[in-house]
Every structure is written in C-alpha cells, then in structure tokens.
Design a protein around this ligand. Sequence first.
Ligand SMILES: Nc1ncnc2c1ncn2[C@@H]1O[C@H](COP(=O)(O)OP(=O)(O)OP(=O)(O)O)[C@@H](O)[C@H]1O
Length: 489
Amino acid sequence: AVSEIVAVTQGDAASGRHRNDGRWQKMSPRTEEVQEHMSYVERTRQHRWRCSEVTFQCPEGALCRLWVSSITEQLQALAGRPKRLLVYINPFGGKQQGRRVYEQKVSPLFARAGIATHVIVTEYANHARDHLRTQAELDDFDGVVCVGGDGMFSEVVHGLVWRTQSDAGVDHHSPEAELQPCRLRIGIIPAGSTDCICFATVGTNDPVTSALHIIVGDSQPMDVCSVHHNNTFLRYSISLLGYGFYGDVLTDSERKRWMGPARYDFSGLKTFLTHHYYEGTVSYLPARGIMGNPRDRTKCRAGCLVCQHNGRLHQEQRAECDGEWRTVRGKFLAINAASMSCACPRSPKGLSPAAHLADGTTDLILVRKCSRLDFLRHLLRHTSKDDQFDLAFVDVHRVRRFRFTPRYCQSDSELELDLRENGKRLFSQICRDHPACGCAPAYSSWNCDGEILTHTAIEVGVHCQLIRLFARGIEEPAVFEDFTNPCAI
Ligand SMILES: Nc1ncnc2c1ncn2[C@@H]1O[C@H](COP(=O)(O)OP(=O)(O)OP(=O)(O)O)[C@@H](O)[C@H]1O
C-alpha cells in the first residue's frame, strides 16, 4: 500500500549505485537505464518493522521520473505524515544510548522520508517539559518526538498538555476542568529501561519500528488521567496509579538505585513479605453506558472498536459523565488505577488485561486486606491464564473519576465515629501517630507512572483521548503470551 512506502528516489544505473536485488526487478541492466529506489515498511517478528528497499529498472528516464513524481505526490497527499518534528533526546535514559540510537538508526530514516527535525539533547531532568511549556515554537512542528523511556515520555506529555491548556486558557488545577486535546502527536523512540508505553502502543520497543510508525503518520489516541489534591494539580498519569503495594515497591526501590534493575525484584519481594495494608476511603464514579468491562477478556488492539465507540459516546454525550458516586471504606493492600493493560515482557497480561488505551476510563482495582498466601495467589494470576480479579478480596471497577482519602486524613468527626464504633481503634490510631512504636505505617505513597506523588489524598479524572501518539496499537492479538516466567508480576 502507498501508505507504507517510506520514500522513492531516482537513481542512475551507470552511477555505480546499481542494485540487482530488487524482488520485482525484471529488466536486464543497460547503461542508459535509470532506476527507481523505493523504501517501504516490511513487517518482521514480534511487531517489529524494518525499512526494506526495492529497485525498479526503467528503460526510459522520462517514464522513471513520472513514476517517482507520481508516487512522491501521493505520499505528500497523505495527510497524516509529519513533515517537521521537534525531537528531545535524553542522553542518560536506560543504557545511556539515546543519542547513538537516534543518530544511527532514526535520523537517517527521517532524512530518507524527507522529514525536517529540530533536535534538542536534554541537559537536565525536566528540560524537555519546561522547553515545551514556555519556549518551543509549536506552530512550526507537526509532532514532538522523545528519545528515552517512560519518564521522558511523561515529561513530554506534561509539557505539551500544560502548554495546550495554557494557550487555550483552561485552568488545569480544577479536577472538573475539561481539558483541550493536544494538536501535536507524540512519538517515542524507545531508549529507556522499561519502555512500557511503547510495548502498549506498538507492541515492541524497537527504535526503527517506532521511527517507521512516525514516518507513515500513524495516530493512536490515548486517555490521560489528571491527579489533583485539594483542587491543586499534581501530575498526569498515562499508565498506572498505585497506592499500597506498588507505591511501597517504588519507594523502596528508589532507595536502592545502586542495585540496578534487580532492585525491582528485591523491593517487590521485600514489600510482599512486609504485607502492609492501609486504611482509607475510595469513592468512584462508575463508567456507565459504555462498551466493555474490565473482566470481558477483550484486548485493546489496533483499530480497537471499544475505544472508537466509547470515544464517540464521550464526544456526543458529555452528560453521561455525571452519575452516582460510590464509596468503599476499608483496609487495602493495594489500590491500583490502570489506564491501559500495562502489559510488558515482565508482566505479559498486565495489571488489567482488558483495559483500553482510549476509552475514557481507568480500571480501579481494590485489593482488600487478606492473608499473604491469598495476596500471592492474586499476584501469581498476573502470569497465568486465571482471572486475577476472580478472588473474594479483589474488586475491579471501570471508572471515570475516583478519590482516595487515607484514614489519617479523614475529618475528626469521621475518626470519632470510628472510635465509638470500635474502641480498639484508639490504640491503633495512637500507634499510627507515633511510628516510633514500630507498628505498621499509617499511609503508603502513590506511584504515578513511576514517580512518587507528594500527597496521599487525591482526586483523579480521566480525560478521554487527550493526546495522540505516532502509533496504531498492537497489530495482532498474540503478544508476550509467555506465562512461564514466574517473576512476571
Ligand atoms: N539530561 C538529563 N539529565 C538527567 N536526567 C534527565 C535528563 N533528561 C531527562 N532526564 C530524566 O531522566 C529520567 C529517566 O529517563 P528515561 O525515562 O528516558 O529513562 P529510564 O528511566 O531509564 O527509562 P524508563 O522510564 O522506561 O524506565 C526522566 O524522568 C527524565 O526526566
């Protein structure tokens, strides 16, 4: 298909650039012949794309020129293809190969496709975010590309969403604000350590594949959650918000950066053994009248009908967003909000296998206090074919908004009521206020896409299809279905 051609150029058979390996090459080379070189997308294993080349021999220069100009015209008429890109490279992401990856694998492809670039190598954390917020001349570009990992992608999302709201005069602090969708698409050239967003939107973390998705002008809408505390904006989340287990794992692993990637397994095991639970109140607004539910076993894939249908509903019936809030109080080992499946090679099914990238909802998973053994059963089901939500102490709800208040933040009158209901709680409350006594801490932290939030009492709203990526979703159903890896939790 024309849409998967990268570029065509005219060569000269006599120039020494003559290639004899084109699959459709029919004519015997003659010195007066001219050649047309065509580069195109070829699919290989595991969602990887390659840029392959075919050479056509043409006996007449005029005919060849006609071919080249006609195909080039068709390529230029493809509306979604970017012509000018703003590129941010994190030289320190992952294995610190961002610069090399871009220069050797990506930049030559962009040049071949006739894409002009403005490249900025970041000098400090949040450089890309701050540049996008204030200085970047966004009108000059068709997209923003980040070379790095999920942290770098998050920076670009924060910069671009902030700038879009600021330009449109939207107050992003208000949890109820209707945010403006971003005009520019975002491309991710994976050069991080986890590349979770690439796995979710492309199916692999291969720089050439991502570059080709950018060149052909793919577009994958994505929801973004905004996280607030007391009507103040805290952060955006694209993949996972986790309190309790995943918050504690992150807090502990941050203290052990010197261990390298092994720190996640170490902190995971330690947090599991510690088995802390946290009291609090979760309120949520269920997503009503939409297609799909968290346990229907459908997977979000390229051209996802659930995302298309629910995205349309969201656009047409904004009133649906007002419904009845529900409240759950209790002791939780984990509270997770998964805005996408969060599947990656380490966790083949992900936290919520049927979650969607762009349906305007997040899957709120509540794991209530249970025994260590039961919690282990729940965790192990993330790597098996069994339903991880089919357990008495686990609830999952597809929601549009939610709030969490840890118990120590509850109002005095609520605490008093609790104390009257159960005198024993007085002792536990005293312990919480005096952690020196060695009992369990009263509160955990929120893990927001790998960053620790500064507040525990939060309000979260999902913004349907707020951003678009240069991606198309995973093309086939089978991906990372390797349930043999016991570490994949
Ligand atoms: N020049 C820089 N110096 C220091 N830190 C930077 C610089 N540029 C970006 N950063 C920060 O580095 C952090 C990590 O980068 P990145 O996400 O690219 O890699 P990673 O953490 O190894 O991968 P992943 O996020 O996929 O695990 C980001 O949060 C980003 O804000």
